[in-house]
Design a protein around this ligand. Structure first.
Ligand SMILES: Nc1ncnc2c1ncn2[C@@H]1O[C@H](COP(=O)(O)OP(=O)(O)OP(=O)(O)O)[C@@H](O)[C@H]1O
Length: 262
């Protein structure tokens, strides 16, 4: 199922922070949103999982405006790992992950075998098969992240929307997560700060800057030293990763470019 965002305007308290955003993820494609802090990545993603309502423009799932779908139908099609994550859940990990099955249940219906198997698979996929009985509130930041990702997987959606899913994860768990997303081949919209992870994972990148898309295309086409200077304000060389052949961005970590980008 493809996702298309058309001329999206959306914001907070009457002020649009995203203005005229046009982007897409083709069916089965992983589309990355990258951009500096405050550029509007989370705001765009919140509109896709219907946490925010656009002031203008549309989000289309396979050509259908999501606002014409019922909340239950949307939840069967789109699962999100949002940036705002509850931390005070008194539920167990398994109970949190089981919440992903809610869109498939009739009111007050218990779990059936498919639910139990899907939840077990989702927990195993994030490496938490043995931790279902733990209280969610006792997990570390990275473990919470993985449990919430398992909840999104348990929802068995057509489209995954992931806002900074590698946040809090150690490098091994980051690599595992990226491998898992690649293996799933689900239509995925993902925001990432780690541009090398984005270059390795994404089929397509959309670069946001001050609420607008300033470049779209393959990571290799988009992540040029010039764009990295103009949008992110850093000096960088782009080479080939010696192990994988992916684009590899070598940042100059010693000093940023002057504020005017020159
Ligand atoms: N709940 C909110 N109320 C008011 N303004 C908000 C709210 N959330 C975000 N903003 C503002 O909207 C703009 C875009 O924020 P958004 O969180 O979408 O950016 P982002 O690209 O995801 O940033 P980051 O990389 O820092 O997570 C910013 O100027 C931010 O301050």
């Amino acid at each position: 199922m493809n996702v298309e965002i058309e001329e999206l305007h959306v914001g907070y308290a009457g002020r649009d922070v995203v203005a005229g955003v046009q982007l897409m993820a083709a069916a089965g494609e992983i589309a990355g949103l990258v951009g500096p802090n405050g550029s509007g990545k989370s705001t765009v993603l919140r509109t896709v999982y219907r946490h925010l309502r656009p002031t203008a423009g549309r989000v289309l799932l396979a050509g259908t405006d999501i606002r014409t779908l019922s909340p239950g139908r949307t939840a069967q099609q789109v699962a999100a790992l949002p940036q705002e994550r509850g931390s005070d859940f008194e539920l167990t990990v398994r109970e949190v992950v089981s919440m992903g099955r809610t869109p498939y249940k009739r009111a007050f219906a218990g779990e059936d075998r498919t639910d139990r198997e899907t939840v077990a698979r989702a927990l195993a996929a994030v490496g938490m098969a043995g931790q279902g009985a733990r209280r969610f509130s006792t997990l570390s930041g990275g473990e919470r992240q993985r449990a919430l990702l398992a909840r999104a997987f348990a929802q068995d959606p057509e489209v995954l929307v992931l806002d900074e899913p590698t946040n809090h994860l150690d490098v091994r768990h980051q690599v595992e997560l990226l491998a898992l997303l690649r293996a799933q081949r689900r239509t995925t919209l993902i925001s990432l700060h780690d541009l090398n992870a984005a270059a390795s994972l994404c089929d397509r990148l959309h670069v946001l800057h001050a609420g607008r898309v300033v470049a779209s295309g393959t990571p290799r086409a988009v992540l040029t030293p010039r764009l990295l200077a103009e949008v992110f304000g850093v000096r960088a060389a782009v080479t080939d990763h010696p192990l994988t052949g992916d684009p590899l961005i070598a940042f100059d970590h010693r000093e940023p470019l002057p504020a005017d980008g020159g």
